[in-house]
Design a protein around this ligand. Structure first.
Ligand SMILES: *Cc1c(COP(=O)(O)O)cnc(C)c1O
Length: 381
């Protein structure tokens, strides 16, 4: 019998049956009062879930489009911007900013570490920045940025907007837009919300909306806040076609989070991640991110000496589990395992079992079940 296939990359993540069912529903016109009502409900509930008193934009597009949308609406050509990069996605933000003609300063951390908050503060004292960007979790390194602490520090720089890339975090790592002093937060449907790819959600604070107004006409069209605000306030209006089935799927995913409770869900992510990380280290992998800044949504596992990336991941794939490879300087030296969204203990145990079998088929000396024992004893603490 062929093993069940599991997609354990850091997005797309497994999509549960009730969410799949929403994707498979018969289409409705975007002006159908039933759909308008569902879209309105999604916008309102997502705003409440993330405690955003500004406007929430759930739109068709991916996380990268949300990155563009965030910069387009609060900066103009020639503005200074500070990018905090904890890896590949921080660097992507710098590339987008440069193309937009922003005067871009990038603070890099060594992979696995964070840029200390004090260093960010000193940099902000050097000159005026229109905005600063931080990835909540950088998927290339599995590093978790101290968003709440940075948000607190940003209160001393009220003219600099705080943009958070929550694509591999929001819905898994706890986030509160207003309390964390975030001006723009965004995520993609396919990560910790556990929905198919194709939608992003962007939360904008009142301050971000005000900044957008001050800019007048901006060059971008599809991602312009001003174009979308009337639709977010009344989804019976048209600007560009909403991704109807993704709206339903996101609504179901949002209800799953609300029923679990966002705080409880974030705590579950932390507990599961610590258990997975302990189990995986026992098999010889090293976690790239420093312990104090480790994401709960994924693990970036550096190989023990002599383990071949292609052979190991190939063997996992044959057994039914897809994981992601390392990026940039970690290509071939690491694999990335997503453990976010709507997955449970049984899924995680299955993954550990397959990893043990793959290691054995790569010639490693493995005591079968050992990592699963460690996982269970951590989970029962
Ligand atoms: C996945 C990811 C993105 C890009 O999202 P896409 O949906 O692939 O465009 C951006 N930032 C982070 C941190 C991510 O993990």
């Amino acid at each position: 019998m062929v093993n069940k296939k599991m997609v354990m990359i850091p997005g797309p993540t497994p999509v549960t049956k009730s969410i799949q069912d929403q994707m498979g529903r018969e289409i409705q016109a975007f002006g159908d009062p039933r759909f308008v009502n569902d879209y309105k409900q999604l916008i309102d509930e997502l705003g409440t879930l993330l405690n955003c008193s500004g406007i929430t934009f759930p739109l068709a597009g991916t996380g990268t489009l949300a990155m563009e949308m965030s910069l387009s609406n609060v900066t103009k050509r020639g503005d200074n911007i500070l990018i905090i990069s904890h890896g590949y996605f921080g660097d992507r933000f710098a590339e987008i900013a440069e193309r937009k003609g922003l005067k871009t300063d990038v603070m890099h951390s060594e992979w696995g570490k964070i840029v200390p908050v004090e260093d960010i503060e000193s940099k902000l004292r050097e000159k005026h920045y229109a905005a600063i960007t931080v990835s909540h979790v950088d998927t290339s390194t599995g590093v978790l940025a101290p968003i709440a602490e940075i948000g607190d520090m940003m209160k001393r720089f009220p003219d600099t907007l705080f943009i958070v890339d929550g694509v591999a975090a929001t819905g898994g790592e706890y986030t509160d837009v207003d309390r964390m002093n975030i001006d723009i937060l965004f995520t993609g449907s396919q990560k910790a919300f556990g929905v198919c790819p194709g939608m992003f959600i962007l939360w904008a604070s009142k301050k971000a909306l005000l900044r957008r107004k001050e800019l007048g006409i901006i060059p971008e069209y599809y991602v312009d806040f001003e174009k979308w605000i009337p639709i977010m306030e009344n989804p019976a209006m048209y600007f560009a076609t909403p991704a109807v089935n993704l709206v339903w799927a996101m609504l179901e995913a949002t209800h799953i989070i609300m029923n679990e409770g966002y705080k409880a869900r974030a705590e579950r992510h932390i507990k599961n991640a610590r258990a997975m990380q302990k189990a995986l280290t026992s098999l010889g992998f090293t976690i790239l991110a420093e312990e104090s800044h480790r994401a709960s949504t994924l693990s970036n596992l550096v190989y023990p000496n002599g383990l071949d990336d292609a052979k190991f991941r190939g063997s996992l794939y044959e057994e039914g589990i897809t994981v992601a490879g390392g990026l940039a300087q970690y290509a071939g030296r690491m694999f990335r395992l997503g453990h976010m969204g709507n997955i449970d203990m049984n899924d995680e145990v299955a993954v550990l079992g397959v990893i043990e079998r793959a290691l054995a088929s790569c010639g490693r000396d493995i005591e079968f079940g050992s990592s699963i024992g460690i996982y269970f004893s951590e989970m029962s603490k």
